[in-house]
Design a protein around this ligand. Structure first.
Ligand code: NDP
Ligand code: OXD
Length: 315
C-alpha cells in the first residue's frame, strides 16, 4: 500500500506522523509529499493539502483528513470541481480523544457562568465584595448546536449535571435526556430562552455566520456563548453589540475567523470574552494514529469504514 503524507508543511508533525505510520504499518510504502510529486498513491493522509497533491493522483482510493473539522478540504473540492474522481473515499478523524476534552471545556464554562464566577472575577478587579443570588438550575437551559460525534457527548454530559439541555442538528434525533430539534424550521424553538449556547457545528455554507444577532435576540438575557466550532460561525460584531447592550453576558471563544487572533482585535479588549487559542480539544496523537491505521486496514480489506465526508452536506 502506497501512502502519501502531508500535514501542512509542519516539520515536527510530519516527522511524528511519518515515524508512527512507519512503525505501525511495516508493509506500507510511506512518503511525504513534496512539490512536483505526481507519483501514484493508494491513500493520502493529509491536513490542509495543496491542490497539486490531489490533482490527477493515479490509483488514489481514499483521502483521510487528519482532523475532525473538514471545511478546508470541502472548500478546496468545491472550488475545484472534478479534482477527485467520485470513487475516491473522503474520510476524517472522529473523536480521536477530542470528545472528552470538549466535554471538559464546555462543562467548565457552563458551570463558571451558572455560578456567576465571571461576575465575581470582574468584581475582584474593582475590589468589590458583593454577594449575588444564585441562578436556578431548572431555568438555566443549555443548547448544543451540532449533535454529532462531539456535540452529542457534550449535550449528554451537561444534561447529566441536571441542566435542561436542548440539541439541534440537521437530521432529527432521539437522545435520552435531551430535547432534540432538527433543521432550519426548528432553529427558533431550539434557541428561544436559552441561557447558554454551545456551538459544535461543522463550518459549511449553511452554518457560516449562524451565531448572529437573531440568535442572541432569542436567548434569555443575559445569555452566554461558547464557540468551540469554528470562527466563521460567529458574526463577531453582533456578539460585541449584544455584550455591550446586555443581551449577552459574556462568551468563551476558542476559534476565530483569523487565527492566531490578531493582537489588535477588539475581542482582546472585552473582559467578558474569554479567549483560548483553539485548544478546546486537540487530537491525541496515539488515538488519531490508531484510528487512521484501523481505517486503512478496513479500506484495504473492503470492510465498512466510518467517518465519511459527504460533499453534498459539506461535512
Ligand atoms: P460531526 O460531523 O460528527 O457532527 C456535526 C453535527 O452538526 C451533526 O449533528 C450535524 O447534523 C450537525 N449539522 C451540520 N450541519 C448542520 C446544519 N446545517 N444544521 C443543523 N445541524 C447541522 O462533527 P464533530 O462532532 O466531529 O465535530 C464538530 C465540529 O467541531 C468540527 O466540524 C470542527 O469544526 C469543530 N472542532 C473544533 C475543535 C476545537 O478545538 N475547537 C476540535 C475539533 C473539532 P446531523 O447529525 O443531522 O448530520
Ligand atoms: C479539528 C480541530 O478539526 O482541531 O480537528 O479543530
Amino acid at each position: 500500500m502506497k501512502l502519501l503524507l502531508y500535514v501542512g508543511g509542519d516539520a515536527t508533525r510530519t516527522r511524528m506522523f511519518l515515524d508512527a505510520f512507519t512503525e505501525r504499518l511495516p508493509d506500507a510504502h510511506i512518503r511525504v509529499w513534496e512539490a512536483g510529486d505526481t507519483a501514484p498513491a493508494d491513500y493520502a493522509l493529509v491536513w490542509k493539502p495543496p491542490v497539486e497533491l490531489l490533482r490527477a493522483r493515479p490509483g488514489l482510493k481514499a483521502v483521510i483528513y487528519l482532523a475532525a473539522g473538514v471545511e478546508y478540504l470541502a472548500d478546496l473540492l468545491r472550488r475545484n470541481p472534478g479534482l477527485l474522481p467520485a470513487n475516491v473515499a473522503l474520510l476524517r478523524l472522529e473523536d480521536a480523544g477530542m470528545g472528552r476534552q470538549m466535554v471538559e471545556y464546555a462543562k467548565y464554562h457552563v458551570l463558571r457562568y451558572f455560578r456567576r464566577m465571571h461576575e465575581y472575577d470582574l468584581d475582584r478587579g474593582k475590589r468589590e465584595w458583593r454577594k449575588r443570588p444564585p441562578e436556578a438550575l431548572s431555568g438555566f437551559s443549555v443548547g448544543v448546536m451540532g449533535l454529532g460525534v462531539l456535540g452529542r457527548q457534550v449535550a449528554t454530559d451537561i444534561a447529566e449535571m441536571g441542566f435542561p439541555v436542548r440539541g439541534w442538528s440537521r437530521s432529527s434525533k432521539q437522545i435520552e435526556g435531551i430535547r432534540c430539534h432538527a433543521g432550519q424550521g426548528q432553529l427558533g424553538d431550539f434557541l428561544d430562552g436559552l441561557r447558554v449556547l454551545v456551538n459544535l457545528l461543522p463550518l459549511t455554507p449553511e452554518t457560516e455566520d449562524i451565531l448572529n444577532r437573531d440568535c442572541f435576540d432569542r436567548m434569555r438575557a443575559p445569555g452566554y456563548l461558547i464557540n468551540i466550532g469554528r470562527g466563521h460561525h460567529l458574526a463577531e460584531g453582533d456578539l460585541l453589540a449584544a455584550i455591550q447592550d446586555g443581551r449577552i453576558g459574556g462568551a468563551a471563544l476558542d476559534v476565530f475567523r483569523q487565527e492566531p487572533l490578531p493582537t489588535d482585535h477588539f475581542f482582546w479588549s472585552e473582559p467578558r470574552i474569554n479567549i483560548t487559542p483553539h485548544i478546546a480539544a486537540v487530537t491525541l496523537n496515539d488515538e488519531g494514529i490508531a484510528q487512521v491505521v484501523q481505517k486503512l486496514r478496513a479500506l484495504q480489506d473492503g470492510l465498512p469504514v466510518s467517518g465519511h465526508i459527504d460533499m453534498a452536506r459539506g461535512y
